[in-house]
Design a protein around this ligand. Structure first.
Ligand SMILES: [Cu+2]
Length: 279
């Protein structure tokens, strides 16, 4: 592929353009985390919601292998893991099988590309709870689309041809101006579609940051990236990493005007929002 501004030798990507003095899980830091009492051998379902304004995390279940069973409220084929990316606005449902012996089981969320972390603690009745530092030993990587490339929707969209494809170029301009196809919200041209059409959107991101793109009113399926085509998860918010094209499809079955925006709320506030108009 050709060189684009910001690509090649001088390419820099970054995260956390807004930093915070505390990262919270259920309103608390790891200085005094929420402790949820659990029973030995119990099965626990965690729904983790990234409600942060400008921060993506990795959810880490530590010593317990988790099974991802849903993302953004839509079921997926079960996928095991211990560390899951979670961008702003995304949700993930994890099933945990606790061991037969008692203990404490921290569930941590580490800021991407950073050592800071937050979390909660699952603990059996008699367990003593050791202090957990709010700095991890190593910086987390950047979040990517790797999870979505592995996840498969439990109920994929039915096969049919795409009626209309939009290419949306995410943009970054001087003065913290974040754009879609070179326009900020207010100057935007709505994506006009007809009710019932199958719509594809290809996001392209030559900017220096990841953008979690969120569509109102619909769930879409993640179906393509540099990894090729796949029957990925059904979601309403998808990670669009720098320099990685991401394809989503959905059926425009809800008439009305729906926002489509970056869920980094400072990017949204400074322009990165458009509208899907279904008539
Ligand atoms: Cu953004």
């Amino acid at each position: 592929m050709g060189m684009m501004p910001g690509m090649g030798a001088g390419m820099t990507i970054h995260a956390n353009d807004v930093s915070y003095d505390a990262y919270l899980a259920n309103d608390r830091t790891l200085d005094d985390p929420e402790v949820i009492r659990v029973d030995r051998g119990e099965r626990v379902r965690l729904r983790v919601i990234n409600g942060a304004t400008a921060t993506a995390f990795f959810v880490d279940t530590g010593s317990i292998e988790a099974t991802c069973i849903a993302v953004d409220g839509s079921p997926c084929q079960p996928l095991k893991g211990r560390r899951f990316p979670l961008a702003q606005g995304q949700r993930i449902d994890l099933m945990l099988s606790l061991p037969g012996e008692g203990g404490t089981f921290p569930i941590l969320a580490q800021v991407e590309a950073d050592i800071r972390q937050t979390g909660i603690v699952l603990a059996t009745a008699e367990a003593t709870i050791a202090k957990i530092g709010d700095l991890a030993r190593e910086a987390a990587p950047y979040v990517t689309l790797a999870l979505d490339e592995k996840l498969r929707a439990l109920v994929p969209l039915p096969e049919r041809k795409v009626d209309r494809t939009f290419r949306l170029m995410l943009g970054e301009e001087a003065g913290y101006r974040w754009t879609i196809n070179g326009r900020v919200h207010g100057e935007h041209q709505p994506l006009d579609v007809r009710r019932g059409e199958r719509i594809a959107i290809m996001f392209m991101n030559p900017t220096s940051m990841m953008h979690p793109m969120h569509l109102h009113g619909h769930h879409f399926q993640v179906v393509g990236s540099r990894a090729g085509q796949f029957a990925g998860p059904i979601r309403d918010t998808v990670i669009v990493p720098p320099h990685t094209p991401v394809m989503i499809v959905f059926d425009a079955d809800q008439p009305g005007r729906w926002f489509l925006h970056c869920h980094h709320l400072y990017h949204m506030a400074t322009g990165m929002m458009t509208e899907l108009s279904i008539s």
